[in-house]
Design a protein around this ligand. Structure first.
Ligand code: NAD
Length: 341
């Protein structure tokens, strides 16, 4: 049985809603709140007890968990805005402030400093695994904070997630998240450019997949979230790029990565370019599509809006050649079911 204390769960959106439901199902006492009435109603209908305000929820809680869109939301809620009381002031001394939002590393460190200065405890624990992972309780949590605080929140995180990794001091969870997504965003662009180049060169998608998935080009973007339909039947490319991990979220996370690259003085080139590419993709209709839809953008820029070059590929290009006794198939490499977001 979970310990007998209340968790104020603030931010009951796409991620927070199902995460709160999983805590309730596991037997925790939850007081939920969201500034959007529809989110509050949906959580209530799903069995999450709700409070009259964020401050009300926080005042009786041992843990204040936030799942907000941005760092600004987190800092404003902690400190209070528009004259309203902040969560830090409303909570009893020693309350654990657990922020699961994806925000700037600097903002996460600032949030931790504010919480500790106010006599509380603080942990940043952004997630990957997306809405599907939030619903299934299979998220990955990347945690920053003191070891004893990590151990204190671990049981809660294990209810909502499958993997819980202590990454280091305050802000280290956010750092791990944006570093991972920098790799992911850039590698998806590279994989997509390689497939479009292969199309131009008359190489079938399956042949490129069979080689690269078993060679040094192997990566999650290729073997799990393959940007062309066919080689990995479960990838979003097979369902017209329904997310998955939405382009808007990749654009957001890469902006956070670029902020960190700049504030630390890293002489990066690929990261800022990748951020710009996803920003354009999101602004031009890709916001709600899986980020692997970036391949369609690359094709459009290569061929003009009609994608003529892709249509002109040899008949066997998209589907791949039939197998023979000598054909190498590397589909086993595609069995990793992980989700980035
Ligand atoms: P969302 O917009 O669906 O939900 C955020 C909720 O926070 C909204 O309902 C909003 O009304 C509420 N909120 C904002 N300020 C508040 C306040 N002061 N008090 C109470 N509620 C407040 O966003 P989401 O998709 O659930 O994402 C939440 C966070 O998780 C983001 O930081 C996002 O980057 C991160 N994330 C999202 C995904 C995903 O697939 N959606 C995956 C990984 C990480």
């Amino acid at each position: 049985m979970p310990e007998d204390y209340t968790i104020a769960f603030l931010g009951l959106g796409h991620m927070g809603g199902p995460m709160a439901v999983n805590l309730v199902k596991a037997g925790y006492t939850v007081a939920g709140f969201d500034v959007v009435p529809a989110a509050l109603d949906a959580a209530r209908a799903a069995g999450v007890p709700v409070a009259a305000s964020a401050a009300d929820a926080a005042s009786g809680a041992a843990v204040v968990l936030t799942m907000f869109p941005s760092g600004r939301n987190v800092l404003d809620a902690y400190q209070g805005s528009d004259g309203g009381p902040g969560l830090l002031a409303a909570a009893a001394p020693g309350t654990m402030f657990l922020d699961c939002s994806t925000i700037n590393v600097d903002e996460a460190r600032e949030a931790a400093r504010l919480a500790i200065d106010a006599g509380h405890r603080s942990v940043d624990a952004p997630v990957s695994g997306g809405v599907v992972g939030a619903e299934a309780g299979t998220l990955t949590f990347m945690v920053g904070g003191d070891p004893e605080d990590f151990e204190a929140v671990r049981p809660l995180l294990e209810v909502m997630g499958r993997r819980v990794v202590h990454c280091g001091a305050h802000g280290a969870g956010q750092a791990a998240k944006i570093c991972n997504n920098l790799i992911l965003g850039a590698s998806m662009i590279a994989v997509s450019e390689a497939f479009v180049l292969g199309e131009k060169l008359g190489l079938s998608h399956q042949a490129l997949f069979d080689v690269a998935s078993a060679a040094s080009g192997q990566c999650w973007a290729l073997t799990t979230n393959c940007p062309v339909p066919g080689p990995v039947p479960t990838s979003p490319a097979n369902r017209d790029y329904q997310p998955g991990f939405a382009g808007a979220l990749m654009a957001k996370d890469l902006k956070l990565a670029v902020n960190a690259l700049q504030s630390t003085g890293v002489a990066a080139r690929v990261g800022p370019l990748a951020a710009e590419i996803y920003d354009t993709f999101a602004a031009k209709g890709g916001a709600g599509r899986d980020f692997s839809g970036i391949i369609t953008d690359i094709r459009d820029r290569s061929d003009g809006p009609d994608g003529a070059g892709h249509k002109n590929q040899p008949a066997n290009v998209a589907g791949g050649a039939p197998g023979t006794a000598l054909t190498t198939t590397a589909n086993s490499a595609a069995q990793d079911d992980g989700s980035p977001e």
